[in-house]
Design a protein around this ligand. Structure first.
Ligand code: PDD
Length: 283
């Protein structure tokens, strides 16, 4: 089946979809994005993704392309037109098209692109059953990682560091030797005492929608949670480790920089939270 994309007001064949060469997203990475997971044909965590989208746009002074209700309609349409049962929706808003100049014009209309793709749930489940490896790398990003900007150079370079070594994700480490987050996910450990630890949002990380959901699930399970930094050494010595993202839900981590975590197998808490998440997260 051929895919359909939404580009600036029109549904177009995915393979022919394009934007203007002076789109500021293309020239300056001057834009923001969101990624929704689709399960059983429904968008997951809609409210959280919209809240973060409005935050990113506001912080960068980019005009919202349309009201939430209209955007939500297009998101559902793109899921329907692409017949996605399980997969992802990608939305990108850039500041728009203008002659190249670092400073931006006041009256520029934002550009909007939305795409969708199907993904195999079976593959994701198989990966989660085995668990994944992560590798550490310095966090070279800017001071506004709360904004979900399409400017992702440090993130893609970090992911490449992991991929080159056969890893699944990179954990970025700050100047104090503490893990901030993954290149496209949030980072978690379960300590020897069974405490769930993940970095605080006050510390220049992305407010992961999945992270928020997992914190709520942890509260339901009456787990002790500490929102605090941890080092690679602490994570390697932890009982369990996992990552969260819309693309991965809760994904167990079994090796960090080639050191096995716990038994070197997915931990029971990560598996339980993954199950909780998949049962709870359809909006
Ligand atoms: N990334 N941290 C970073 C740096 C991310 O890029 C992401 C998501 C997350 C997790 O956020 P959420 O739970 O809302 O997906 C954390 C998306 C999936 C991506 O870039 O593809």
């Amino acid at each position: 089946m051929s895919r359909t994309a939404y580009v600036n007001g029109a549904y177009v064949p995915h393979r022919r979809a394009g934007v203007h060469i002076e789109d500021r997203g293309y020239q300056f990475a001057d834009g923001v994005y969101e990624v929704w997971s689709v399960r059983h044909g429904a968008l997951m965590d809609n409210e959280g993704h919209f809240r973060r989208l409005w935050h990113s746009l506001k912080e960068l002074q980019i005009v919202a392309p349309m009201p939430e209700v209209s955007l939500a309609h297009i998101l559902r349409e793109i899921v329907r037109k692409n017949r996605v049962r399980n997969g992802l929706v990608y939305l990108q808003v850039t500041r728009g098209v203008a002659p190249r100049d670092h400073a931006f014009p006041a009256d520029i209309a934002p550009a909007l692109v939305i795409t969708a793709k199907s993904m195999s749930t079976q593959k994701s489940e198989e990966t989660a059953k085995k668990g994944v490896a992560v590798f550490s790398t310095p966090d070279e990003r800017w001071a506004r990682c709360d904004i979900k900007s399409v400017s992702l150079l440090p993130n893609i370079l970090a992911k490449q560091v992991a991929k080159r070594q056969g890893g699944y994700e990179a954990w970025m480490v700050d100047a104090q030797g503490m893990v901030t987050e993954g290149s496209s996910s949030n980072a978690w450990i379960v300590t020897k005492d069974g405490v769930l630890a993940t970095r605080s949002l006050a510390d220049n990380i992305l407010s992961g929608v999945t992270r928020g959901r997992v914190l709520a699930l942890a509260a339901q399970r009456q787990l002790t949670v500490e929102e605090r930094p941890f080092s690679i050494e602490e994570a390697q010595a932890a009982k369990e480790a996992f990552l969260t993202a819309a693309t991965n839900f809760v994904m167990p981590i079994v090796r960090i920089d080639d050191v096995p975590v716990g038994e070197g197998m997915p931990g029971p808490l990560a598996e339980a939270l993954r199950k909780d998440y998949l049962q709870s997260a359809v909006t």
